[in-house]
Design a protein around this ligand. Structure first.
Ligand SMILES: [Zn+2]
Length: 288
């Protein structure tokens, strides 16, 4: 699933081709994309809108229009936005022709992606209710992360997968950040020491920055708007690398499950017992 680095890479590629352009013609073929709103109504509302800015919050791509309205695009599992040549594609779910006659196509194999058109007064409240602070903002400090982790018994990995804890971290970059911070993914969030929270804050930022620098990771469906793949998948420290040696200590990377998600970590660098506080013996399991 596209996470912050993937969506940010899409944003950077789309901004120069969309900003200032008018949606001349919009066709939405899949009713799932806009539900509960009618796809024909949404397409008609979008026609004539002029893109002022292509923005991102967490995993949401936000097309902000001059009218003040915004289209929130969530790519979910397999969505992608392609700009340029349009060939036959059975997975194309929507097509936007711009006023320069170029075409933006939305493709989604599994059809979990969503398009939501919001009125000006709705946009910020909608996003703020679902998405926490942006981890790559210069103003994002470890105290902000500490505030969101305080008192939470959920495993730290589950806590940072919660989009309200920190925006845009998903399964891949959560594992990468925890390896960088040398924190076991199952340690209860509230048990992290202040130093561990600082290390995690730094780990999250570095893992995401690395992903952005490689234009994201293409495991299956993620593509940049010109059809190219990201290259981060060649540089993962732990994600998907079960049995391979940890680059820090040589221990084979282990796999477990946290919050129902495949989770990779180094049993030596990220030993639960090396945590500054006690390992998890709690029988209470809080959900996120
Ligand atoms: Zn290691």
């Amino acid at each position: 699933m596209p996470e912050l680095p993937e969506v940010e890479s899409v944003r950077r590629a789309l901004a120069p081709v969309l900003e200032g352009r008018r949606f001349a013609q919009v066709r939405i073929d899949d009713p799932r994309l806009t539900r509960p709103h009618d796809r024909i109504d949404v397409a008609r509302e979008l026609e004539g809108e002029v893109v002022e800015r292509v923005d991102r919050r967490g995993k949401y791509l936000i097309l902000r229009f001059r009218s003040g309205r915004a289209l929130l695009v969530h790519l979910r599992m397999t969505g992608s936005l392609l700009h340029g040549a349009v060939g036959d594609d059975p997975h194309r779910r929507a097509t936007i022709r711009l006023d320069d006659d170029s075409v933006l196509a939305y493709r989604d194999v599994r059809r979990f992606g969503t398009w939501l058109l919001l009125e000006p007064e709705e946009v910020e409240a909608y996003v703020d209710a679902r998405v926490g602070r942006e981890p790559l903002d210069a103003a994002y400090r470890s105290k902000h992360l500490a505030e969101r982790l305080a008192g939470r018994r959920a495993p730290i990995k589950a806590a940072i997968l919660d989009q309200r804890t920190v925006a845009g971290v998903g399964n891949i970059y959560a594992d990468e950040a925890l390896w960088r911070a040398r924190i076991h993914p199952l340690v209860p969030a509230a048990d992290l020491s202040p130093r561990q929270v600082q290390a995690l804050h730094r780990g999250i930022r570095r893992a995401l920055e690395h992903g952005v620098a490689r234009q994201g990771s293409t495991l299956r469906d993620y593509r940049l708007p010109d059809g190219a793949s990201g290259t981060m998948q060649h540089e993962f420290k732990v994600y998907g690398r079960g049995g391979e040696p940890c680059e820090r200590c040589g221990t084979p990377i282990a796999k477990t499950r946290v919050a129902g998600r495949g989770t990779w970590y180094c049993p030596t660098c990220q030993a639960a017992s090396s945590s500054a506080s006690r390992p998890s013996r709690s029988s209470r399991h809080s959900s996120v």
